[in-house]
Design a protein around this ligand. Structure first.
Ligand SMILES: Nc1ncnc2c1ncn2[C@@H]1O[C@H](COP(=O)(O)OP(=O)(O)OP(=O)(O)O)[C@@H](O)[C@H]1O
Length: 261
């Protein structure tokens, strides 16, 4: 098997500010109070992913999932440790990330696709298909600053799924889309996974992780809490407790997808 991603002893230190304004900071300093502190958002995280694996990245809010994915996408550098990736990476870390609000949907498609490594010729060839997937129709020539959050998500996801990539990253892509679009995204991600692309799928929905992934990695306050099979991973998080269901939104997605219980 070929290693697709190697994360070795990765740690990331962030600052935490306690006061917002200069005045508040000055007063705090005069009182001898702390104005900031540091914390480890990732703490000595190590794992390897083989080409074609589908990883469900799970963990409570603030556990470091997006931070880890930013390292894998190469938009953030670790304080210590190393991240090595093989091939082209596509996907979404945050809805609308990399979009310019004053540029139109059309212009943003070209810019975003170029950032993800597509040539102008490639974008020209795929533009109609990207536009069809996004279904923003008449709004293609409207500045995206006037888009709804769902429209933003559609456009970003439409571009990402049209990149020929070796690793696909999907962080909370289903958070803002409506049900038909969520279904379409899930279907498309299954196709991407089945074509042998390495998949990183962040979700709090146990059902869709079961459907989509063959391995689960759980982060806990920046530490690697669990790395292994899907069901034990979900059990580890206690996300499959009938008394504590997934969010209604994601549950209904799972129900509509017809995934097993
Ligand atoms: N640029 C930054 N500077 C300082 N702190 C940050 C920065 N980015 C993230 N953090 C903090 O790092 C921690 C991990 O954040 P991260 O977004 O990776 O969590 P997450 O697991 O993706 O959470 P969620 O499930 O809510 O999306 C949080 O406490 C967050 O506030």
């Amino acid at each position: 098997m070929v290693a697709s991603i190697a994360v070795e002893h990765v740690s990331k230190l962030f600052d935490k500010q306690f006061q917002r304004t200069l005045k508040q900071k000055t007063v705090a300093r005069m009182r001898g109070q702390k104005t900031s502190d540091t914390f480890w958002a990732l703490d000595d995280v190590t794992f390897t992913v083989e080409q074609g694996e589908a990883i469900g990245l799970m963990g409570l809010n603030g556990s470091g999932k997006s931070t880890l994915l930013k390292h894998i996408m190469g938009v953030m550098r670790p304080t210590s440790g190393s991240v090595r990736t093989r091939g082209r990476i596509s996907g979404l870390i945050a809805t609308g990330a990399g979009f310019h609000p004053q540029m139109t949907g059309r212009e943003n498609i070209y810019m975003n696709a170029a950032i993800l490594g597509m040539s102008e010729k490639e974008i020209d060839a795929k533009f109609e298909s990207i536009a069809d997937f996004a279904e923003v129709d008449d709004f293609m020539d409207t500045p995206v600053g006037n888009y709804s959050s769902g429209m933003f998500a559609r456009l970003g996801f439409a571009v990402a799924v049209h990149v020929d990539c070796d690793v696909f990253i999907a962080d909370e892509v289903l958070a803002v889309g409506d049900q038909p679009f969520k279904r379409k995204c899930m279907q498309r991600m299954e196709e991407i996974r089945d074509s042998g692309v390495t998949l990183f799928y962040v979700s709090h929905a146990a059902q869709s992780v079961r459907k989509m992934c063959d391995r689960v990695i759980v982060l806990e306050k920046g530490n690697l809490g669990f790395d292994g099979d899907v069901n034990p991973g979900i059990k580890y998080l206690k996300y499959d407790n009938e008394d504590e269901p997934d969010t209604l939104d994601e549950e209904s997605t799972d129900a509509e997808l017809g995934s097993e219980v």
